[in-house]
Structure formats: C-alpha cells, structure tokens
Design a protein around this ligand. Structure first.
Ligand code: OFO
Length: 168
C-alpha cells in the first residue's frame, strides 16, 4: 500500500475512534441528565463509529499495511443544552466527512483505486449520518427552549433517526 495513503487511513482510524469516544461521552451525559432516548441514540452511534474504525483496521491489515492504534483526544464531558449537544454532533460528522473526502482526493492523486473503492462505503455512510444530525438539529431549532418539546424529542429521537436513515 502506498505509504501516504496508509498514513491517511491511520489518521482516519483515529478520527473514527475519537468520534466513538465523543459519542460515548455524549451518551453518558444524556443518560445522567435523564434523557434516556438521547442516551440510547448516542450509545448506538458510539458503537457504529467503533465499527467504522474496526473496518479500517482490518482493511489496512489485509492490505499488508501497519495499523497504528491511536492515542485518543479526551472528549468534552458536559453540555449546557441539547442544542449544544446536537450542534457538536453535526460538527463532528462534518469534520469526518471532510477527512474522508481528503482520503478520496489523495487516492485519486496517487491512483490507488482499491482504497478509493473501499472508501466509497464511508462516503455513503457519512451522507446518512450528516442527514440524521442535520434533521435532529433542525427539530431542536423548532423546539427551542420548550421543556415539553425536549421531553418529546427524547421520546421520539430514535424513531426520527431511523426514518431519516431509511429515506436516504
Ligand atoms: Fe464514522 O461515520 Fe460518522 O463519523
């Protein structure tokens, strides 16, 4: 495997792992604050990001590359509002999308069509995840500070997220 591409895939392993820990911290904050639906959503997101990381780890190993298991950033532990929580979620997904686009760009530059092909799965996944994050933030913007709205958002979040995923 091209060394520059291998390094980019290792970076991506770190970004996915960071996202997993970031969402775990979000789940834990929500759980503690009594938002059980939001907690479940982020526990699941955290698992998904871990799966994305593992998929990359296995791919790099299969291709004869060397995986560097990364040191992770300490995630933010508390939030002042649901809006802040979901704005962070969208920001995190947009960052990952940007990084994936960068890997794809470099694959084309270096003519590594195998990795380019492998990364297409991530492109589709990011489209879905960004759409979910954007929809949830839109809903919160409609709800504003209304506490009963937050109650219903927490109750319905997993249904809303699944519906966006299915539409995609
Ligand atoms: Fe790894 O899918 Fe989003 O970030």
């Amino acid at each position: 495997m091209n060394k520059a591409i291998e390094a980019l895939l290792n970076d991506q392993i770190k970004f996915e792992a960071n996202a997993s820990m970031h969402y775990l911290a979000m789940a834990s904050w929500a759980d503690n604050a009594g938002y059980n639906g939001i907690a479940e959503f982020f526990y699941n997101q955290s698992e998904e990001e871990r799966a994305h990381m593992l998929k990359l780890v296995k791919f790099v190993n299969e291709r004869g590359g060397t995986v560097i298991v990364p040191e992770l950033d300490k995630p933010k532990a508390s939030y002042t509002s649901l809006h802040e929580l979901f704005a962070d979620f969208l920001k995190s997904e947009m960052f990952v999308t940007e990084q994936i686009n960068h890997v794809i760009f470099e694959c084309l530059n270096k003519k590594d069509y195998n990795v380019h092909n492998f990364m297409q799965w991530y492109v589709t996944e990011q489209l879905e995840e960004e759409a979910v994050a954007r929809t949830l933030l839109d809903k919160l913007n409609i709800i504003g500070d209304d506490k009963s709205g937050h109650y219903m958002f927490d109750r319905d979040i997993n249904t809303i997220a699944t519906a966006v995923d299915v539409e995609e």
